[in-house]
Design a protein around this ligand. Structure first.
Ligand SMILES: CN(C)C(=N)NCCC[C@H](N)C(=O)O
Length: 252
């Protein structure tokens, strides 16, 4: 990446993390100490990749607050606050809003009567892909488009997983990688099929660098063979709660 250092918003795992929502997985125990260590390593990897780290204030009553990606969508100096599809996650948004205001971003809200999670919103090249999932509805998709003008917005039906970005993400060149069994590929320009489910979840760290979870070793190998610099990180405690490498930050 060139130019001014980018900022990564993160939120430390709270004391109730193990109570986080699980929708499509069988609940497994979460070790809070290990989760904290994995989160520290994640933050260190972002710092190594050149991001200035900024912690969003804690929201300790909200078990899922560490998945800060779901609370806002940021691009080009403006931020859209999410309207979380899970009611218990709605109080998480206020702290993110304060952090975004402190950074001087222009803040927009979707308004009442619709739901949208940040995990359903993917920017790839000049297109916004918005997941039509259990958490994000079509009304939000309609309201999103005028708030982020200048780019195409494409709705993508998501099935059997939590969010669009559980099933599909983008590489630094804007090409898509994912699991075709969980997204309607009809409106997509193409999709590199990830060799394993966790390989659908890639975080872009720079023009040539990505992060993938340690649970996706074949994807890491494939991406390296394709010429990308790949950072691999164990985030198993967050994966147990249907989290992934994208969910733990908002990259600005
Ligand atoms: C791309 N993904 C998956 C996310 N952005 N968020 C994961 C949130 C997980 C949380 N337990 C929940 O159910 O809300």
């Amino acid at each position: 990446m060139t130019g001014a250092p980018r900022t990564a918003l993160v939120r430390a795992p709270g004391p109730r993390l193990a109570e986080g929502l699980v929708t499509h997985l069988t609940r497994a125990p979460v070790d809070l100490g290990l989760a904290r260590a994995q989160h520290d390593a994640y933050v260190a990897a972002l710092a190594d990749a050149g991001f200035a780290i900024r912690y969003v204030e804690p929201a300790d009553d909200c078990p899922d607050a560490v998945f800060v990606e779901d609370t806002a969508i940021v691009s080009g100096g403006r931020a859209i606050l999410a309207s979380p599809g899970a009611p218990e996650r709605r109080p998480e948004v206020a702290g993110t809003e304060r952090a975004l205001r402190d950074l001087g971003l222009e803040i927009h809200a979707l308004g009442e009567g619709c739901t949208l999670d940040g995990g359903d919103v993917l920017l790839a090249g000049d297109t916004w892909y918005v997941g039509r999932s259990g958490r994000t509805d079509d009304e939000a998709l309609c309201r999103f488009a005028p708030l982020m003008p200048g780019r195409r917005v494409v709705g993508v039906k998501v099935g059997g997983v939590l969010h669009l970005k559980t099933a599909m993400t983008a590489l630094p060149d804007g090409s898509l990688i994912g699991s075709p069994e969980h997204v309607d590929t009809a409106g997509l320009p193409g999709l590199l099929v990830a060799p394993e489910p966790a390989g659908a979840r890639v975080l872009v760290l720079g023009d040539e660098q990505v992060m993938v979870a340690a649970s996706a070793p074949r994807t890491a190998a494939r991406l390296r063979a394709d010429g990308w610099r790949v950072t691999v990180l164990d985030i198993g405690q967050f994966e147990a709660l249907e989290g992934s490498v994208t969910c733990l930050s908002i990259l600005i």
